[in-house]
Design a protein around this ligand. Structure first.
Ligand code: FAD
Length: 567
């Protein structure tokens, strides 16, 4: 523990941001004496002195503290000043989501009055939340609500400097948002004082987006992996440890597999190229997932699942994907982006699918600068009050159109075929037909995009008349389906004609002969042509393209992983 002599200047004139939020008792619950006793069994009681720093911002793997006497304040340090965020009195506890993942602390915790705390180290804290379901629920809820408030107020350890007209800025925003990481944003186009900040870090406007990590490290147009490394998202991967199961992909299928595997005592590593949540993470509202009658955003669902997997002890590695599968020997090995190899007894492939792109010249130029593949709250803010285009006739296009129609002037829904997809849910078709802000244009396709830095106009052609129209529209949403992410498997498992992975009963006798299937038994349900390697969710041939089915498959696969491990 460190102690600071002269306390930095703490800005107490600002409101205590967190304490103003609704649901205060849930965010900062006061534990009962019986609950405190149950926690004390896992930790040690110790005195605290006024001014003593219990947790320093940036410190990795921090302890959990319950205040039993005195007071602990939570502040955000920034140079020589501090912003007061919250005050914990007797019966209250420190921490937020980072406590679970072991990522560096975002804020400083300091005793503002002498007293006493119960201290639990990371391991004992995990044991507590895994074994005491009542306390686990109370603590998890508080941690999640605290994180939501930190995000809402941009109270974190990252400053992003960029422009809304720059695709790199949107990528970084999306990466931080989808990883649930709070950040402050400075818009170069709107904030005149920004030059002072740039000068301080010797950054020119050409370097944007710029990410300032913990007030120290300045990253110029960084990759997602560089951001993840700088913010300490990932623990080092132990390459000598042979994992019971390596799960590739942290969409709904991979996260479900991680939750079940870790909760059943398996040693689990999850690899994710981008951010947890997969396609579902880009959905503004999922209304058909069991248990959420008023719907849930894909981001919220993914955030909860990610936290749940970590609570049970799964190691989840962000912005580091599988590059290659070494399937010629056992244990199998997965090569990761930076040439790290992880050995695995079994593997679950949950790499899902990537968006299909229409062949329009300069499409990639406008990606993130007017062309989007998901319609969430973030994109909706960018095109508020404007006309937009949604391309596609399936469920995700329908959802996007209905969602965007709430905040935009008009939604042009372009469908290449003669109508909405047969697979589209009835409730969506009705909402589209009844919404005067949505103009459905069938037999129509995008033919050109124009603009300089940002998309400025869109042209589409109606197949029946052959006529082309051009409109001053700055935002289009491509919701045109997806192709499976199987390139990295390089012939290791049998694929169907469209490149999806064949599993279980879909594998023919010939498939197994070609794959040299070595066992007397047939492949299990969800098992690929490689024993002990399973495929779940949208990457699997015959998948249902639903969050619930991906989650179901992820969980089912674990029962077969146990069997394969005992073989
Ligand atoms: C906009 C949108 C809205 C939707 N709305 C709904 C809905 O309302 N209800 C519903 O039931 N379904 C909905 N869906 C479908 C649902 O989201 C998908 O069926 C589901 O996400 C599939 O889950 P998955 O885990 O199999 O794959 P994905 O969600 O595709 O996740 C795969 C993950 O693997 C990662 N990955 C890929 N390659 C690698 C690699 N080599 N190494 C490491 N990681 C890798 C990807 O980055 C990704 O995170 C929607 C889809 C979209 C796009």
């Amino acid at each position: 523990m460190t102690e600071i002599g002269a306390s930095p200047m703490t800005d107490r004139s600002l409101p205590k941001m967190l304490t103003q939020a609704s649901g205060m008792e849930r965010m900062f619950p006061t534990l009962t004496p019986a609950q405190i006793e149950r926690i004390a069994v896992h930790g040690r009681v110790r005195p605290i002195r006024a001014g003593e720093v219990l947790i320093e911002a940036g410190e990795q793997v921090v302890p959990f503290f319950v205040v039993t006497r005195g007071q602990v304040e939570i502040v955000r340090p920034s140079g020589t000043t501090e912003t007061l965020v919250a005050v914990h009195g007797p019966g209250q506890f420190t921490g937020e989501i980072n406590m679970l993942s072991g990522r560096p602390a975002l804020l400083r915790a300091r005793a503002s009055e002498a007293g006493e705390v119960i201290e639990l180290d990371h391991e004992h804290f995990l044991a507590l939340v895994q074994t005491d379901s009542q306390l686990s629920e109370l603590i998890m809820r508080a941690f999640i609500l605290r994180r939501v408030e930190l995000i809402a107020h941009g109270l974190g350890d990252v400053v992003l400097v960029g422009s809304n007209h720059c695709s790199g800025t949107l990528r970084v925003k999306e990466f931080l948002t989808r990883n649930g990481h709070p950040y402050s944003y400075i818009d170069l186009d709107r904030d005149a004082d920004v030059q002072v900040l740039l000068d301080r870090f010797h950054v020119t406007a050409a370097d944007v987006p710029v990410v300032i990590c913990r007030g120290e490290v300045v990253l110029r147009n960084p990759t997602n992996q560089q951001i993840a490394d700088c913010l300490g998202f990932n623990d080092a991967i132990d390459q000598t440890q042979i994992r019971d199961v390596v799960i590739v992909g942290a969409g709904p299928a991979g996260l479900a597999a991680a939750v079940y595997a870790a909760s059943e005592g398996l040693d689990v590593l999850v690899l994710e190229t981008n951010s947890p949540g997969g396609q579902a993470g880009s959905s503004s509202k999922i209304e058909n997932y069991l248990g959420f009658p008023t719907g849930i955003s894909g981001q919220a669902l993914a955030g909860r699942a990610y936290t749940q997997a970590q609570k049970f002890g799964a190691q989840v590695v962000i912005a580091k994907g599988a590059k290659q599968l070494d399937c010629d020997r056992k244990p199998y090995a997965i090569e990761i982006d930076d040439s790290v190899r992880v050995p695995a007894r079994t593997i679950i492939i949950a790499t899902g699918a990537a968006y299909r792109k229409p062949s329009v010249e300069n499409l990639s130029h406008f990606e993130g600068a007017g062309v989007y593949y998901g319609a969430t709250f973030m994109e909706a803010q960018l095109c508020r009050g404007e006309e937009v285009v949604v391309v596609g006739g399936g469920n995700s296009a329908g959802q996007a159109a209905v969602f965007l129609a709430q905040t935009t002037k008009r939604v042009h829904m372009l469908v290449r075929s003669s109508g909405l997809a047969e697979s589209m849910s009835r409730y969506l078709i009705r909402r589209i037909e009844q919404n005067p802000a949505i103009v459905l244009r069938t037999n129509t396709e995008i033919v050109a995009l124009e603009g300089s830095e940002h998309l400025e106009s869109v042209s589409w052609r109606a197949a029946q008349t052959g006529s082309t129209e051009t409109h001053d529209i700055r935002h289009i949403f491509l919701m045109t389906g997806a192709v499976p992410s199987t390139q990295w498997l390089d012939g290791c498992v049998a694929l169907d004609a469209k490149g999806f992975i064949k599993t279980g009963p879909d594998l023919s006798h010939d498939d197994l002969v070609v794959a040299h299937w070595p066992l007397a038994r047939a492949p299990h349900l969800l098992e690929t042509s490689l024993p002990g390697v399973f495929a779940v969710g949208d990457v699997r041939g015959g998948n249902i393209k639903r969050v619930a089915s991906a989650v179901g498959e992820g969980s089912i696969a674990i029962s077969f992983v146990h069997k394969a491990l005992h073989e």
